[in-house]
Write a protein that binds this ligand. Structure first.
Ligand code: F6P
Length: 254
């Protein structure tokens, strides 16, 4: 039997807390790889935690992805959100529009009664185009807001899964694999030791800014993300991890 099979969700969470060095870990039942309702549950818990930590005037940086989209789905209006701003952490990052950070920031604002900003930056820009965009006052405005984010709400992906979702070519995939990429978050690819091995050419929240944020909430479940969760945890920047049993049991058996 797999290690941890005899443990309840609270025990799993406590053991993960210790293994990953994250202050608060919440484990929902099931495996998101297998059952769609598990992602719903991750979103429901994510929305509840966000509501608990939010305070007036907060800037919340949000990433894209289906886990964060699920959080958006489960948010509801509350007075505490009125002076809150949701700001997309990065440009599109190769996601479908429904899953892009811009879309989720506006959806979260609509759900809660907060306001939002948009980051109009296309994916995989040429360095010159990037430099030009960086000079745009609108873009600079959003970037400085991101630098002040008190809360960061983000997803974590398996590196190769994300590269494929972003339509990397065979050569690019091979290069990433050779670099030892295991996890991806904020457009950064990390290896097993948590070291950055590659970055997406886009602008937005910097890893240093994630480290400076007061509350970093990660939402990632599914057995297939176990290695990625472990790799990103090496950054030691997370306050809360919301995950599922599938990822938790797999993580604890390695
Ligand atoms: O592309 C945005 C992003 O947040 C990535 O940084 C992350 O790897 C991914 O989405 C997670 O997506 P999902 O929650 O759908 O697995």
């Amino acid at each position: 039997p797999m290690v941890g099979e005899l443990f309840g969700l609270t025990d799993l969470a406590e053991r993960l807390q210790r293994k990953l060095g994250i202050a608060e870990v919440i484990v929902v039942s099931g495996n998101a790889d297998q059952s769609p309702w598990v992602k719903e549950e991750l979103g429901r818990v994510g929305a509840r935690v966000l509501k608990q930590v939010i305070s007036e005037g907060d800037i919340v940086a949000v990433t894209g992805g289906s886990s964060i989209a699920s959080v958006a789905k489960h948010l509801s209006p509350s007075a505490a959100f009125r002076s809150v701003q949701f700001v997309p952490a990065r440009g599109g990052l190769g996601e479908r529009v429904e899953l892009q950070a811009n879309t989720l920031a506006s959806a979260m604002a609509a759900k809660t009664g907060a306001t939002y900003r948009l980051l109009h930056v296309p994916d995989r820009l040429h360095p010159e185009a990037l430099q030009t965009l960086l000079k745009e006052p609108q873009v600079q405005d959003v970037l400085s807001l991101l630098g002040e984010a008190r809360i960061v709400l983000h997803g974590i992906g398996d590196a190769m899964t994300m590269a494929k979702r972003r339509n990397y070519s065979e050569d690019e995939l091979q290069e990433l694999e050779a670099a030892g990429a295991v996890s991806e978050a904020f457009g950064y690819y990390f290896d097993e030791a948590g070291v950055t091995v590659q970055r997406m050419p886009t602008i937005g929240l910097q890893l240093e800014e994630v480290h400076k944020a007061e509350k970093v909430l990660s939402i990632a479940g599914g057995e297939s993300k176990a290695k990625a969760i472990l790799s990103f945890a090496k950054q030691s920047c997370q306050n809360v991890l919301i995950t599922d049993e599938g990822a938790a049991r797999s993580l604890l058996s390695t």
